[in-house]
Design a protein around this ligand. Structure first.
Ligand code: 3PG
Length: 366
């Protein structure tokens, strides 16, 4: 059983110092409304109500050592604005000093520097995890998006503190669990985007569960290329072994396309209509990755058709979407509340939906 923050006794949190792992792996810090920022607010507010001190920790990017471009500093004013509370940013990992700074400050919220500037983080180093734990009384994982990483702030730290799943992480795991174990049929999976390999892991897992698997973007190109369909210079990932999927009857590929020069840029009108028709009869939908090059409005038509078709059926189906591009697209079109879950996770969501156990979630089961 996962230990949820929502079920934790108040006395375990009241006036305690809580170290909260969040995921501020956001490329552009000016994106104040990024889902990953919105996602951490309820847990922080709950802890503030209990007069707890909060230490926010996160990674950002994949730095090799210290890299000021990947600092978490720009997020302190953003979170200050959102929470209407002062936040102190701490740029170092000198732990005894850090502890003193936190203990003696009258401020309630602290944000530590990018954990990946410290070599212990990605090694799941016990000493680093212990040092982080030494700062607080309680650990909360509010970083579903990073929970597939066996890193010190996600996994090892739970050995040293009472540990809970944050409010958002609870919501994400419960909805994803539903999609895997309590889905209603017809179940439709829509996969697109540029990252291809881990998407087929989802196809493998849902092989005997999904009624329809609709492909677009690089995922469709890769599949079609393997079948011998000419795809010109379109995005294809030849490293993925497509053989196990080629004969799956549920897989539906685009029939027409919008192209530019020699590249497929979006699904065509006929395909979009066919996909919408399937969405209309589905009772569960899982969507990961746009079906076109959505950065350009003229190639966003297919993804728009999908997003609005799902949104329209809000009360008639279980709808789950995720991945950075898909999430931004849904936010941009103001459709966030029309989905049951728009996951903060990309890789983490796909791993969960591939039936894998996420180290960060497993560590919260006690
Ligand atoms: C993500 O953006 O998917 C998470 O923050 C994990 O980042 P990573 O792939 O660099 O570990």
């Amino acid at each position: 059983m996962i230990k949820y923050l929502s079920k934790a006794p108040k006395r375990a949190l009241r006036e305690k110092t809580c170290i909260v792992r969040v995921d501020l792996n956001i490329e552009d810090p000016s994106e104040e409304n990024a889902l990953r920022i919105q996602a951490v607010i309820p847990t922080i507010k709950l802890l503030l109500k209990l007069n707890a001190k909060i230490i926010l920790i996160s990674h950002r990017g994949r730095p090799k050592g210290k890299d000021t471009k990947l600092s978490l500093k720009p997020f302190a004013p953003i979170l200050t604005k959102k929470l209407k509370r002062g936040i102190v940013f701490i740029p170092h990992f000198r732990f005894p000093q850090l502890k003193k700074e936190i203990e003696t400050s009258s401020v309630k919220i602290f944000l530590l520097e990018n954990l990946r500037f410290h070599k212990g983080e990605e090694k799941n180093d016990r000493a680093f995890a212990k040092n982080l734990a030494y700062l607080a009384d309680v650990y909360i994982n509010e970083a579903f998006a990073a929970s597939h990483r066996k890193h010190a702030s996600i996994a090892a730290i739970t050995k040293y503190l009472p540990s809970y799943a944050g409010l958002r992480l609870e919501e994400e795991t419960k909805q994803l669990h539903k999609a895997i174990h309590k889905y209603k049929k017809p179940l439709t999976i829509i996969l697109g985007g540029a990252k291809i390999e881990n998407k087929f892991e989802v196809v493998k897992y849902f092989k005997n569960k999904a009624n329809y698997i609709l492909l677009g973007g690089g995922v469709a190109n890769t599949f079609l290329a393997e079948k011998g369909h000419p795809v010109g210079n379109s995005l294809v990932d030849r490293s993925v072994n497509m053989k196990p999927y080629l004969h799956m009857k549920q897989i539906i590929c685009p029939r027409d396309w919008k192209t530019q020069k020699d590249e497929i840029m979006d699904i065509g009108k006929e395909t979009a209509e066919a996909f919408v028709k399937i969405i209309k009869k589905s009772k569960t939908i899982i969507w990961g990755g746009p079906v076109g090059y959505i950065e350009k409005e003229k190639f966003a038509g297919g993804s728009k058709a999908i997003a609005y078709a799902i949104a329209k059926r809000k009360d008639k189906l279980l709808s789950i979407a995720g991945g950075g591009e898909t999430t931004d697209f849904i936010l941009k079109h103001n459709l966030l509340n029309r989905f049951d879950l728009v996951s903060t996770g990309g890789g983490a969501m796909l791993e969960y939906l591939s039936g894998k156990k996420l180290p960060g979630i497993e560590a919260l089961k006690k």
